[in-house]
Design a protein around this ligand. Sequence first.
Ligand SMILES: Cc1cc2nc3c(=O)[nH]c(=O)nc-3n(C[C@H](O)[C@H](O)[C@H](O)COP(=O)(O)OP(=O)(O)OC[C@H]3O[C@@H](n4cnc5c(N)ncnc54)[C@H](O)[C@@H]3O)c2cc1C
Length: 434
Amino acid sequence: MSLRADDPARSLWSRTAAKLPTAPPLVGEARADVAIVGAGILGLSTALALAEAGIRVTVLEAETVGQGASGRNGGLVVPSLPRIGPAEVRDKLGGDKAARFLALVAGGGDALFALIRRHGIECDAVQSGWLNPAHAASLAPRVQARIAAWQAAGARCEWLDAPASRARLGSDAYHGALFDPSGGHLVPLAYTRGLARAAVSAGAVLHENTPVVGAEPNETGWTLRTPGGHVTAATIVQCTNATSPSGSSAFAKTLAAESVPLHVYQLATKPLPEPIRAAVLPGNEAFSDTRNNLLACRWTAGDRLVTGGMAAFHPGAMARLPGKLAARLEAIFPALGPVAFDYIWRGRAALTGDFLPRLISPAPGWLAVTACNGRGLVLNTVLGPVLADFLRTGDKSALPLPVTPPRPIRFRALAQWLPQLLLPLGDLQDRRAR
Ligand SMILES: Cc1cc2nc3c(=O)[nH]c(=O)nc-3n(C[C@H](O)[C@H](O)[C@H](O)COP(=O)(O)OP(=O)(O)OC[C@H]3O[C@@H](n4cnc5c(N)ncnc54)[C@H](O)[C@@H]3O)c2cc1C
């Protein structure tokens, strides 16, 4: 099979996730209390919570449900934050908001799996835990400190010493690990479609193939313009993350300006035989290590390993990526033998400068939110009900994050290339760590 990364239909998930009946595009005029733009995990979990509270909510999706990062990600359920820990969160948010935010993240794995059970979402969800092993001996104390900090914030994580982590990983390459039993993995496109189904069952109205091309205030709230019609709503919630097919509109740019896009590839191996499955991550946990250029993988129900990575910023880097990722897996898990991939696909994550979500209010009645940072499965799921409560009550003090005016990333045109440009440096640091 030849591997092409640009066609989302070639993702493993699009081949295996149960289909959703297509929602019709918007034609003519519609009214709602709240109109949500973007049918990813964030837009849909917010819509679900609003519909369950009896609010008239309409979701407008430019393409199809899960077309953005939500349907393309690795499916690792990680009840933690990327790069930053509780101390940085307290520094940024202050005591009260930080405590609420950390509790939301720490309890997020359990909340996500409970939601899946409550709505009977079929997405091969497995709450088998998340392993985050130290790739160098010098990093083990740092991981232990991180565990202590997260435990104090309410997380269920614990330290596995080197022999215990070796047994769980099926690899000699690590020096102990963080293990959080509330993590796990799922099929993200199936999960996102399941959220859409649950939101519609609860009363939300969904329109696919309906890009919002503009937003204008009116006497009672907002009008969202789409090619086939418009929606008026008292409040609009923009959940467009890093993806926007109508990227040149001022509406799309408002949220995009808060983050830089991160292009991440996902690859799925050929199905692997039982003895390999029993030797590598035999407990079926989600796995991502402490590298800057992190190595992550998880099993699928069909006995494939899904891994991922970024291509550096030089010619041919994309073509070499499958070989590079295969070599990494082979080195860490020798039981795999030679690794070959059947699928490769690409998604766009959104990175904020401080790895914290953004709740911005560009104008009264317009809330724009991004909580991706490459680890948004848990956070976007648990933020939905929190946003819904805020939209119902207007009580900012109960939010775990501040609502701010837009704060576009400075020199974004240059900054957007930084993650790729810095990748070789991260690789070098990873190789030098002892
Ligand atoms: C390759 C990859 C791997 C990842 N792996 C993991 C992982 O293993 N674990 C984890 O926790 N996180 C992971 N993430 C991050 C996670 O996928 C995201 O944080 C999360 O899906 C973001 O959800 P969202 O709803 O905010 O955005 P999205 O899912 O990107 O949804 C935004 C939606 O808005 C729509 N839209 C945009 N503009 C408009 C418009 N003008 N009108 C109407 N609709 C519009 C888009 O079509 C899209 O459907 C990964 C991300 C990527 C890209």
